[in-house]
Design a protein around this ligand. Sequence first.
Ligand code: ATR
Length: 268
Amino acid sequence: MKKVFAVLGDPVSHSLSPVMHNAAFNALGLDCEYLAFRVDKEHLGDAIRGAAALGFGGLNLTIPLKEKALEIVEAEPMAGKIGAVNTVDFRDGIRGYNTDGPGAMRALTERGVGLRGAEVVLAGAGGAARGIAFHLVRAGARVTIVNRTGGRAASLAAELDVKSAGMEALPGLLEKASVLINSTSVGMTPNMEETIATSDMMHPGLIVFDIVYNPIDTKLLQEARKAGAIVIDGVKMLVYQGAESFRIWTGKTPPVDIMEAAVRRRLG
Ligand code: ATR
């Protein structure tokens, strides 16, 4: 019988997860279908337990449900620390995972970025930043968190025992950094002209990873290229977090090239 998977969120109609996962299921010839359901926080418990009762294969959770899910699922320790669940698996009870960080780490390491001892500047202190920050620290990177609201950067940095600074420190920090990650929403449609850094602040060989994928070629990545930096776009993280969910649910190696092509085609 067909196995059903879904992303729950609010809003959820623009999610790229259905096109990405259905491409993967088709490529592997699996009798599975991936749907999207609009669910609000108040009904999340009913929705997750209902999906379990109906025999769903698994779920993804997106805004604004990732934090609320911790009250409902049995979260793996890292998801608990991050404070957010984006993947639910039903094979052994109702288990919650966070694949955002692993997705980001894979996007970096596949480009040959060695994280142990690397000076990494992480811009942002919101939900996306948390997922990445915990994994960077675990990988042995020397992380500095910068954020528009300095207090938010400071409190995340204190949790992780790393440094923090205001956005105005970015030019100085980038001189010594080998990696810059934008985990803020700066540069996202419709504010495509915005960027956290300009080319004069970046140096050749700097690795610049933007988690924004709408547009794919953000102003930050354009500026980075001008400076001779190496760029990694947000589609990579989107695909690799999805790939990690796929692996958790199916135990199979996800066809990442097919997933990535499906997402890039949809984004145009
Ligand atoms: P998410 O879960 O996607 O990370 P979030 O928790 O709302 O969303 O975090 C958004 C991040 O983008 C924050 O780091 C935010 O900075 P503040 O903590 O100062 O709000 C950052 N951000 C959003 N718009 C920004 C802007 N115009 N300039 C600088 N930073 C911005």
